[in-house]
Design a protein. Sequence first.
Length: 575
Amino acid sequence: MGWRFVCRGPGRKWFALGLVLCTAWSAGAAMRTLPRGRTQGSEAVRRAVAAPTEDGRLEALIGVLEGEDIPAALEAMELLYQMGPRAVPRLVSEMRRTRNNWLIGATLVRMGAEAVTPLIEILEEADEPTTIDCIYLLGEIQDRRAVPTLIRYLDDPRDDVRRYAVTALLQIGGPRAVEAVLGRLVREDKGLSGMIVEALLRYGRDNAEPVIQALQSPDPRVREEAAYLLGGLGDLRAVDPLVGALADEDPRVRKNAAFSLGKLAENLDDAAWVADALADRLGDDDEQVAETARAALVRFGKTAVERLVELCRTGPPAVKVRALNVLRDIGDPRAEKVMIELLDHPVRAVRIAAVAGLVAVGTARAVEPLLQALRDEDLRWFAGLALERVGAEKPELFFSASPNDPTMSLRFQILQRLGTAVVPFLEEELRADNPGRKAAACWVLGEIGDPAAAPDLAGVLDDPRVGWLAARALAKLGEAGCKALLDALEAGRGERAALHAVEGLALCDTDEAWDAVEGAVSAGLPRQARVRAAVLVSRYGDPVRVDRVREYLNTEGQDLWPEVEAALRAEKQVR
């Protein structure tokens, strides 16, 4: 069984050695409890220990270590460890020669500092597999004397060698090792860069200090990568240095510092000063820095609102726009006032950002300014969205019954766009005493066209002030509305209801509706409804219906003809 049995990746190797070392330590602890002079448990180990010379014992124990008897090999491993430094050169030599026993590697790791120098010496002449083995073992031993040598291998042309050198250096840790790995990261191609970032994040979580110190590197590329990694490490000790990095001369460092501060935001107890520092970057000369700061500020939420509102009032247009966008995404109602103020700003982008923000935070007090904003072509779409959101919660804010209100049509448009959500509110208005509000409700319900409103609209057909508007609205409801009009006509609820039902059926403009209108001329309805039905058929009916109605008026309905003729003459004059 070769000691590189699990050597195809750093993680697997580490696991294998951990398993071996745990087993070996258990075996060693048991062996140390034996009384001095007791024979060893394994026959092979007893023979090795009985060798007459120290060199003989060393060779014999290595032979057991490389054998197939695992319990015996573990005993030999413990005895080699107890032999100390004098066993290291021979173990290293054997590893280089055979590379066929992972317990040799485990024994060298247990030797610790004693094995560092021999392993480094092997590296000078080793082939690639042996180089990888030595680098891996130096990482496991974690002695900082190996750092300079391992740094050299970060520039090795062989991918696997660089990969193991990165892992070993990060296992050892320390500012020098981490900065060297960061330096390799900025020079690495896409093949290994992802692995290096992953390794930095994995090992840096235990100790982020070296990465924090890398923010002081003279190499801006190293500072850039350190600033990015600190957000992922989650160490709050990085906050102060990252805030300082917001003023770095390199825009890439500033951008990554802003990004990482955004990632750390939710864990900060005192976040206001950090948010203030990020807000100052909204005016950064580099657009990417400014936009990254904007995105980071959203994570600070309500903490950032006061400073952002201040920037909306005092900053240049580009800063106002970014601050408004952050406030929109945060959704704090404290931003509403300044957004309303900026609806009249001379810069188009500021006005658009302000009205877009009101989509998120607008309340009742924004309605009038937003209605005015509907007149601005640049703002109309967002203003409509903002008004719809407010209207869904408080439709009464958009219900205008005064024909003198210059915004009435705009208000009705908003209610119409809200659709069925406001139908219950409008149905209640139909039952109100105010005729102006009833008339407005009839009009908007007709524009919405919800069949569910048919019964309530039919209920006001007999109202002389709004009945015609109710009939018009019912005609717009389609089949449900036409049926309600037919039912009202047949029910004979009164002169006004019949008159308005006839007018509504003519607007339905279906064969069934026209049959009812034609039939109303000769039906037992109030006289005014019959006259109106005859006028409607005469003006808008098809020729066959017109001829039938004229025949009726010239015979049985002669008493209606003078009124019908007068009405037709009057309408002609109006036209």
